[in-house]
Ligand binder design. Structure first.
Ligand SMILES: [Zn+2]
Length: 334
């Protein structure tokens, strides 16, 4: 018997092209203000302020120092080792390479987890691909820094993991860096299948792909699931996207566009029915898949803002507010 959780990975995805969304994004007004005098809001504000543009720049600079991170390049294994080292240094001794094989190629996803109060309950995934490419997808030897696509997303995942290390959360959060994205979501499709076989319940997923090149209007596009393989998860994705839009309004000055999920690593999870969203700067980076996509082209203030709103989204979803209650004073008489 084959159920939705042990079915094989959905067959091939096209080579992703982030310049061709299935529908345009739309600028939306900021959501109406809500109460901000709660302990949870104050806690989230304090944590979001810890995001460092300098650390993000340092992560991006280190990742772009690899000559290329093309999935078929020998450098990819070194980049995976570097990621394990960075997660370990951030306090994640469980950081591990999780291999996948496809079309004769074997590579690693890199995974670590921040345990939540729910223990073995549903997990939240925060993911970004660490591989990159040149204009010619078959070119695994030319210089390809892949700063915006997608050292920017990986840097944000590393920064958020570091900040969340000691923060009590309801859900377990898994941080995942995928390879094989540029070939057609190979690493994420394999990992989604592996989670299915393991019976892991994915509660929500946030994907970060290209979040460091500031668009002309300074906006962030919140990507939500509009149809795709499974219609039943769309409403929850759109509600989750509203949380991200609120996080942007509460914790950054970035205008918000709403757009569709497309051409990145959330798609194999969406196809398994999971609830996914993404953050994306939008089409228009002239350095896309070129040697010129280097660390100097990024706006680290913008990258820090997107990292802040992503962290705030995770905290609005999963902050363990019981742990957040201040202890009553010992001499309280009421
Ligand atoms: Zn990408």
């Amino acid at each position: 018997m084959t159920g939705p959780d042990d079915s094989p990975a959905p067959g091939g995805y096209p080579v992703p092209d982030k310049r061709r969304p299935p529908s345009p994004s739309v600028l939306v007004p900021a959501p109406a203000a809500e109460r901000t005098d709660t302990a949870a809001h104050e806690r989230i504000t304090a944590l979001v302020r810890l995001v460092s543009a300098d650390r993000l720049r340092e992560h991006v600079t280190a990742l772009t120092a690899f000559h290329t991170r093309h999935t078929f390049s020998p450098n990819l294994a070194a980049a995976a080792e570097w990621l394990v080292g960075r997660f370990t240094a951030a306090g994640y001794g469980d950081a591990v390479k999780v291999p996948w094989t496809r079309s004769g190629h074997t590579a690693d996803n890199v995974v670590c987890a921040k345990p939540g109060a729910d223990g073995a309950g549903p997990v939240v995934l925060l993911c970004a691909h660490y591989d990159c490419r040149m204009a010619d997808l078959a070119d695994s030897v030319s210089r390809a820094p892949g700063a915006d696509d997608n050292a920017s997303g990986v840097a944000a995942v590393l920064e958020i993991a570091g900040i969340l290390r000691e923060v009590p959360l309801r859900h377990t959060v898994r941080f995942v860096a995928f390879s094989g994205e540029e070939q057609g979501l190979w690493g994420s499709a394999a990992y989604a299948a592996q989670l299915g076989l393991a019976g892991t319940h994915v509660h929500r997923l946030i994907n970060l792909d290209m979040i460091g090149f500031r668009p002309p209007d300074g906006s962030i596009t919140v990507e939500r699931d509009l149809g795709n393989a499974v219609p039943g998860n769309d409403a929850d994705s759109q509600a989750f996207g509203e949380i991200m839009a609120r996080a942007a309004a509460d914790h950054t000055t970035l205008p918000v566009r709403l757009g569709p999920i497309f051409a990145s690593d959330y798609m194999p999870f969406e196809a398994r029915g999971h609830v996914t969203i993404g953050a994306y700067e939008g089409e228009g980076n002239p350095h896309y898949h070129e040697t010129s996509d280097d660390a100097h082209t990024l706006d680290y203030g913008y990258l820090a803002a997107v990292t802040r709103l992503t962290l705030a989204t995770l905290l609005m979803l999963s902050l363990d507010e019981d742990e957040d209650e201040p202890a009553p004073p010992a001499d309280a008489s009421r």
